[in-house]
Ligand binder design. Structure first.
Ligand code: AMP
Length: 285
């Protein structure tokens, strides 16, 4: 069922709750691919009913970011959802979510602001305010869909950590399940933004996974010094690449690591021919 209003979701959820059914929520921005489908399948295996949201959330985009050109494909998304047992595809417009088409900001709307420690690094450092927008929309979606469990990809590992922190700090009654990164056969982490890449760009984009895999191999051989591990990245980069960050943080609480261990996650963001891509890998796996 494709629905566009909060009321329709609420009414259906009320019925399901009366029947004692469990609900899984998969928040997305649409343009669904196999990465999203892995979350949807996981939700279907753990919950009686599955709600997928497809909403390109304006308040998590910076002013010079790609909100307007972000891919939108609701008909294809609906087909994929129907084929994969989704009970509700929730596709609200901006007015439905924020009550207005005017620009929403923290002067006119209640925002959820995650702790600075979690957002002053990685994507939060270059995308100021991004995680306020993410937490705000995710908490709204939790309140609308009232899921028992919600499913997030490790592809956006900083996001998943921040959502878990929000849920714990604000006592939100939902269990957060994280799911592994789905990659193309060549190793590129699937992303709706990969559509922006040319064929050559797609080849050059493989450098991100090569860097992470090589770092993990070095770690498995016994190198734990983070500076030494970082140095190994540069041989994979050429003039198609503009490295934004390559950082090592604790996989649970995002504290900094100078010596790598089995709870270290390596995070990379790199522009490939101008397209910003992110990837990450937990060491030792
Ligand atoms: P997005 O539509 O990009 O906001 O992503 C919606 C959800 O799908 C997030 O929890 C992402 O982490 C997850 N996701 C996106 N790409 C992948 C992928 N390649 N593998 C696993 N999960 C993914």
């Amino acid at each position: 069922m494709l629905v566009h209003t909060i009321k329709e979701v609420r009414d259906q959820v009320k019925e399901w709750k009366k029947e004692g059914l469990t609900i899984g929520l998969v928040p997305t921005m649409g343009a669904l691919h196999e990465g999203h489908l892995s979350l949807i399948k996981k939700a279907g295996s753990c919950c009686d009913k599955v709600i997928v949201s497809a909403f390109v959330n304006p308040i998590q985009f910076g002013i010079n970011e790609d909100f307007d050109k972000y891919p939108r494909a609701i008909e294809k998304d609906y087909k994929l959802c129907s084929e994969n047992g989704v009970d509700i595809l929730f596709n609200p417009d901006v007015k439905e979510m924020y009550g207005t088409n005017e620009q929403t900001n923290s002067n006119n709307f209640t925002y959820v602001t995650p702790p600075y420690f979690y957002v002053d690094k990685l994507c939060g450092a270059s995308r100021v305010g991004h995680f306020d927008g993410v937490c705000t929309v995710v908490l709204k979606l939790f309140n609308i869909a009232q899921p028992d469990k919600a499913f997030f990809g490790e592809k956006d590992a900083q996001q998943a950590i921040i959502i878990k922190k929000m849920v714990k700090d604000l006592n939100v009654p939902v269990e957060i399940i994280t799911c592994p990164i789905i990659r193309s056969n060549e190793g590129l982490a699937l992303s709706s933004r990969n559509q922006y890449l040319s064929d050559e760009g797609k080849k050059e984009a493989l450098a991100l996974n090569k860097i992470l895999t090589n770092i993990n191999n070095c770690y498995l051989k016994g190198i734990t010094n983070v500076s030494a591990l970082k140095e190994t990245a540069f041989s994979f980069l050429n003039n198609h690449h503009e490295l934004e960050y390559l950082e090592f943080f604790d996989a649970d609480d995002l504290s900094e690591k100078q010596t790598a261990d089995n709870n270290t996650r390596v995070f990379i963001a790199c522009r490939v021919d101008g397209i910003r891509l992110i990837d990450n890998k937990k060491l030792g796996e």
